[in-house]
Design a protein. Structure first.
Length: 400
């Protein structure tokens, strides 16, 4: 039998998620009896609204059938009403329902890019952007941002300098996962103008659009002229604390793009039927759920900033949105530190799990002393988790 690898380039080189790759260490720690405070993954702990759960089911005797490839008509109509209600004028034909925001982004990259084409995004970035680009045969080109500057969006000149003949799109996440940075209207307006000038599409991941702690949530479609170049990736996963429903969508008024992703959607048959039924229930009867959830995460943000400020040597620019914060720690290697937290550290039988920073960067050497914190725990456990981090930093042998 041949000893040569059976794997493709993608199979060999797809990166492991920094958010999930330490799970075996966490499982081993839990089996030893260690309590783990999970700040590594963006899984809200707030119960999914009853209006969602009550609709996400069928009565006995019914058939759980395929939905249309583009999504159930009543659900798409509810999305139109929702977006119109928040100042985003879209029509049903502008929306395609997907299996989570992940499938939405993959479909868009596949529709825009041929092998070797390029997409520009600021770094640090959501790690799956790199994996989905690889799956689509595209190359992700990154623009560095600095923690000292609050990871603000690079100026238009930096984007322009990164454009090559193979560039097809700019990809932004606003508010940002992983940094919590909120991009201003002026900064977004400049990127829209740049995209139009260079004939590029502007992909905007707006999954965390409502999670804004100062000011008003902002969609790229509110920028004059943006509809010509904008493709929105959205999801109900975070907004209604329903990550397992896998319910996302693509929004674009470029109908050749919607036609292309619809053909991809036909090949995967349909998005989750029960998830769409649940989403319909949540959209029809949202009540105060979203606003109360945002208020809760604003309190958590404040608690996190208060507790991190007590830790010597820690740099944490204030998170403006989403529920993540890239944080600099006084450690020699965040990869080793995050593994050490699970393998070797406990305080009163407890430890904390974080996502190491390098996995959110493409530039070699970047993020070596940074971690992403997902503040998805209530006030008391969140305070305890940061206190554990402080104890760990005092005990860590590789402290700087």
């Amino acid at each position: 039998m041949s000893t040569s690898s059976i794997l493709s380039y993608r199979g060999k080189n797809a990166p492991a998620s920094p958010i999930r790759k330490l799970e075996p260490l966490a499982r081993a720690a839990a089996e030893r009896g260690t309590k783990i405070y999970h700040l590594n993954i963006g899984q809200p702990d707030i119960p999914t609204p009853a209006s969602f759960l009550q609709k996400a089911r069928l009565e006995p005797g019914n058939v759980l059938s395929y939905s249309p490839s583009v999504g159930l008509y009543p659900y798409r109509k509810a999305l139109v009403d929702y977006y119109t209600g928040i100042g985003m004028p879209v029509a049903e034909r502008d929306i395609l329902v997907t299996t989570g925001g992940s499938e939405a982004l993959l479909f868009v990259l596949m529709a825009l890019c041929d092998p070797g084409d390029e997409v520009i995004t600021p770094e640090p970035y959501y790690p799956n952007y790199g994996t989905f680009s690889m799956m689509a045969g595209a190359t992700l080109r990154t623009l560095p941002t600095r923690i000292e500057d609050g990871f603000r969006l690079p100026p238009p000149a930096d984007f322009a300098a990164a454009i090559t003949p193979r560039t097809r799109a700019i990809l932004l996440c606003n508010p940002s996962n992983p940094t919590g940075t909120l991009y201003s209207r002026d900064a977004l307006t400049a990127v829209v103008a740049l995209a139009k000038q260079h004939g590029l599409m502007l992909i905007c991941d707006e999954v965390y659009r409502d999670f804004v702690y100062a000011g008003t949530p902002l969609s790229i479609l509110s920028i004059p002229g943006a509809a010509d170049v904008a493709i929105i990736i959205d999801s109900l996963s975070k907004r209604f604390s329903a990550c397992g429903a896998r319910l996302g969508c693509i929004i674009s008024q470029r109908h050749e793009l919607i036609d292309a992703v619809t053909r991809f959607a036909m090949a995967r048959l349909s998005p989750p039927t029960l998830g769409q039924l649940g989403g319909l229930g949540a959209l029809e009867d949202p009540g105060p759920f979203v606003s109360s959830m945002i208020a809760e995460f604003r309190r958590r943000r404040d608690v996190l900033m208060e507790e991190l400020a007590k830790l010597p040597g820690v740099l944490a620019p204030e998170a403006q949105g989403a529920f993540y914060l890239m944080t600099r720690l006084p450690v020699d290697s965040s990869e080793r530190f995050c593994a050490w937290l699970l393998n070797d550290f406990s305080h009163q039988g407890e430890t904390v799990m974080l996502a190491p920073g390098p996995g959110f960067y493409q530039t070699p050497g970047s993020g070596q002393d940074e971690v992403r914190i997902a503040y998805v725990l209530g006030e008391a456990p969140l305070r305890r988790a940061v206190q554990l981090l402080g104890h760990a930093l005092q005990a860590y042998p590789g402290r700087k």
